[in-house]
Design a protein around this ligand. Structure first.
Ligand SMILES: CC(C)(COP(=O)(O)OP(=O)(O)OC[C@H]1O[C@@H](n2cnc3c(N)ncnc32)[C@H](O)[C@@H]1OP(=O)(O)O)[C@@H](O)C(=O)NCCC(=O)NCCS
Length: 166
């Protein structure tokens, strides 16, 4: 019998690139997935704004996004890590990923709760994300409010913007 996983949540390093790239590609269609180059640039700019659920060997889930004083999530943010402001009022969420093998175990929820807790501790005003219709209920569980259809046309699909304000 294999031992149960003991999961912890940590921030990222550049050494996580391969694992995060593999999860991102497995979770999103190519038009929506952050490219390896984008993930690399984000890891260089804001590793402290990645939250990874890991047992020390595998990474099961991760959340990432930068901080900014801009209140709404816009498409130019995804590939432009230079906009990250460590003291920004809003924690943007660009990706919530659980590797397919590990989905339906509450792992994305564990990471999201940690992101919310850390964002509060960092003095942010709140968090902003965009999601597809079917996940509005998922994020509402954490206190995110639906602000309607986002201006984002990322990946050629319709996104809703949701905000959790502390
Ligand atoms: C969405 C995703 C991150 C969820 O990851 P996960 O680790 O399986 O999520 P959790 O187990 O923490 O939470 C899922 C639970 O939330 C609840 N839930 C899910 N959608 C819900 C909804 N619309 N309304 C209410 N509750 C919902 C259900 O209880 C669900 O349990 P189930 O998966 O057994 O049905 C994962 O499916 C994924 O990576 N998908 C591909 C990428 C993606 O779409 N990311 C989101 C971008 S906005």
């Amino acid at each position: 019998m294999t031992a149960p996983h003991t999961w912890t949540i940590r921030h990222a390093t550049a050494a996580d690139l391969d694992a995060l790239d593999a999860i991102e590609s497995a979770c999103f269609p190519a038009a929506e997935a952050a490219s390896r180059e984008t993930l690399y640039a984000r890891l260089q700019s804001y590793p402290e704004c990645f939250w990874l659920l890991t047992d020390g060997e595998v990474i099961a889930a991760f959340v990432n996004g930068f901080a900014t004083d801009r209140a709404d999530l816009t498409d130019d943010m995804y590939d432009d890590p230079s906009q990250h402001d460590p003291h920004g009022r809003w924690q943007m969420i660009f990706g919530v990923d659980t590797a397919p093998l590990y989905q339906h175990h509450g792992y994305a929820s564990m990471v999201m709760r940690q992101v919310i807790e850390d964002s509060r501790a960092r003095g942010r005003k709140g968090l902003v994300l965009t999601c597809k219709d079917r996940l509005v209920g998922f994020y509402a569980q954490f206190g995110f409010l639906d602000e309607g259809v986002s201006g984002s046309v990322h990946g050629g699909v319709v996104w809703r913007q949701m905000r959790l304000t502390f």
